[in-house]
Write a protein of this length. Structure first.
Length: 428
């Protein structure tokens, strides 16, 4: 895969598939099994390890001992697992039938490997509160939902989940969050909600989101999504640097606000709205590329209050394709550059682009066989449109300088200027 481009200055951004080394950090001999179909197990001995292997319980398992770890392997547990604050590690291994909720608070780590012997959708919910790293790498349908509140360290979720599972992650710090799957079809997830992260990077790879993906207040972290699909809206608010590659948006809405930067590569089928990037507390840098789209097919594009530059192009080799229905941009501090785009709608509109608008090689008819309108208003940078035949009319109002060079199919040119503004054209 290509290296991150200018809009993603963090060297940590990569679209390589994550490969978390999930393993159980503890081991101990199996305890003598309780009587068959016992109502449950409660264990309070401190600083030790309990391994339940091949047991069959009607009730649940509770670990109350300080520093005590639990290993569950090839067992049937009828009413969940509970570990109290101060306990050690939890490992769920092998092929199990765990019903109910796996609930842990203030423990050292959680590891889930293996598989579930229950029907799809009947597996347990995992709820983790204020604990250490979480590593889930079981077979599909091992868990039905994952909820993590608080805690520090990595959270890795690979395969493991049932169709239409929810992922809720809140108040995490100092680590990496990755959600991924291997093979085809990708793992289906209903909703993803992530909020209030501190110093956390996020990786999303080869998953299908059936509903919405909401991400907010995750600080200056890097967010990478590659090879995923969605049938719901995506909303990222107050996050850091975002890189999306090979994303199918299912004709839904992607909304990004208060980001440090956004790069979208080789993606398709979504409406894109980007505003207030970077946030006001970050300095404006007109020379920096804040938003980049390269080689993709989009529905409608809208950009506003971008405190830097915007680049839309057909790919680094120039042999890709960047298609969009309509484009609207307003309040851009830097330069807005469009190269090799194909607009299939009726209008392209720019207003208050302070670094100027540079358009080159934009060709193609819209779906009705007509050409788009090009509208430029109050742009106080130097603007130029060259070698394009996508636009049949140019409406140019009160811009600093606009030059049209070697464009074809121009039927109408309206140029309104004030003072010393320049508007010139040399078209075929």
């Amino acid at each position: 895969r290509r290296s991150p481009v200018a809009a993603t200055p963090s060297a940590a951004l990569t679209t390589n598939a994550p490969a978390p080394p999930c393993r159980c950090p503890v081991d101990c001999p199996a305890a003598p099994p309780p009587p068959s179909r016992a109502h449950g197990v409660e264990f309070s001995e401190p600083n030790t390890c309990l391994k339940l292997s091949g047991v069959d319980l009607l009730g649940g398992v509770a670990i109350l001992g300080e520093g005590t770890s639990l290993i569950v392997e090839d067992s049937s547990i009828g009413n969940g697992i509970q570990m109290e604050p101060g306990a050690g590690h939890l490992c769920v291994l092998g092929r199990n039938m765990v019903r109910g909720v796996i609930s842990v608070e203030g423990i050292e780590s959680v590891t889930v490997l293996g598989s579930s012997a229950l029907p799809e959708g009947d597996g347990p919910i995992l709820q983790v509160d204020g604990s250490g790293p979480v590593c889930l790498d079981g077979e599909r349908h091992t868990l039905t939902s994952v909820i993590v509140y608080g805690g520090s360290g990595d959270v890795h979720i690979s395969n493991t989940l049932s169709t239409n599972t929810d992922i809720i992650l809140t108040d995490l710090s100092h680590g990496i969050v990755s959600v991924s799957s291997t093979g085809s079809p990708p793992m289906h997830i209903s909703d993803i909600s992530m909020a209030k992260f501190e110093d956390v990077s996020i990786v999303l790879w080869n998953v299908f989101i059936d509903s919405d993906f909401k991400l907010s207040e995750v600080g200056p972290a890097s967010i990478v999504g590659s090879g995923f699909q969605t049938h719901g809206d995506i909303s990222f608010h107050k996050v850091g640097h975002v890189l999306l590659e090979d994303v199918d948006g299912g004709d839904e809405d992607f909304k990004f606000s208060f980001l440090e930067s956004l790069t979208i590569l080789d993606s398709r089928h979504f409406n894109l709205q980007v505003w207030e990037c970077p946030p006001l507390e970050s300095p404006s840098d007109p020379a920096r590329t804040v938003v980049m789209l390269s080689n993709g097919s989009f529905d409608n594009l809208a950009f506003s209050e971008i405190r830097g530059g915007v680049v839309l192009d057909a790919g680094p080799t120039g042999h890709g394709r960047l298609a969009a229905n309509t484009l609207r941009a307003s309040g851009i501090d830097g330069k807005f550059s469009v190269t090799g785009a194909h607009f299939t709608g009726t209008s392209v509109f720019f207003e208050l682009v302070h670094g100027g608008v540079h358009v080159k090689g934009c060709n193609g008819l819209n779906e009705g066989g007509f050409l788009a309108r090009f509208h430029l208003v109050a742009c106080d940078g130097n603007s130029v449109v060259t070698n394009s035949h996508s636009f049949s009319s140019y409406i140019l109002e009160n811009n600093k300088e606009v030059v049209l060079i070697d464009n074809t199919n121009v039927d109408l040119l309206v140029c309104v200027v004030e003072g010393g503004l320049v508007c010139g054209a040399r078209n075929a």
